[in-house]
Design a protein around this ligand. Structure first.
Ligand code: MN
Length: 202
């Protein structure tokens, strides 16, 4: 059972003008595919691990054979992170649900949460992601992590993520990461984030 890039649950141009069609095509079809191919390649001599969901490989990372750890961290992480990213994007979804109430309680307001998340996205030097996670005691936290490091490796459950690798925004925004992060708030699928929040809280 080889890992596969999940089908995009909307058209490539569905997030225009905030995230452009050409970026979505390259990002989903080419970049994500590379992570999946490299993950499958790393697992080719580990039949027992091939059947496990990538999220499980990352959560139980410590138990993996040493020779595949780097590949799972980078490419398994890339596969899991991008799979989540496609799911949490959708245009014009109102910010509501249990997760929004929990965010307001934790951060004081949606504005303050967005400020913290934006700061996490802007201060991630070089490539990486900003995340809203549910931590190991069920608390919401905003963090950033470099490269394709998955929050799952720290036993945290990601429920919202923003890819700040240049491949995710450079074509439209050039070096203006701040404009891309600002535009992101127009395409957050709060329904999907709420579902992930509820699943993480059990
Ligand atoms: Mn990416």
């Amino acid at each position: 059972m080889a890992h596969e890039v999940p089908k995009l649950p909307y058209d490539y141009d569905a997030l225009e003008p905030h995230i452009d069609k050409e970026t979505m095509q390259l990002h989903h079809d080419k970049h994500h595919q590379v992570y999946v191919d490299n993950l499958n390649n790393a697992l080719k001599n580990h039949a027992e691990l091939q059947a496990k969901p990538v999220e499980e490989l990352l959560r139980y990372f410590k138990d993996l054979p040493a020779e595949i750890k780097t590949a799972v961290r980078n490419h398994g992480g890339g596969h899991a992170n991008h799979s989540l990213f496609w799911e949490i994007l959708k245009k014009d979804v109102p910010a509501e649900g249990d997760v929004v109430e929990a965010i307001k309680k934790k951060f004081g307001s949606m504005e303050k949460f967005k400020e913290d998340f934006t700061k996490a996205a802007m201060t991630q030097f070089g490539s990486g992601w900003a995340w809203l996670i549910v931590d190991d005691i069920g608390e919401l936290q905003v963090i950033n992590l470099p490269n394709q490091d998955s929050p799952l490796r720290q036993n945290w459950t990601p429920i919202l993520g923003l890819d700040v690798w240049e491949h995710s925004y450079y074509k439209k925004y050039g070096p203006a990461r701040a404009s891309y992060v600002e535009a992101f708030w127009n395409v957050v699928n709060w329904e999907a984030v709420d579902e992930k929040f509820k699943a993480a809280k059990g």
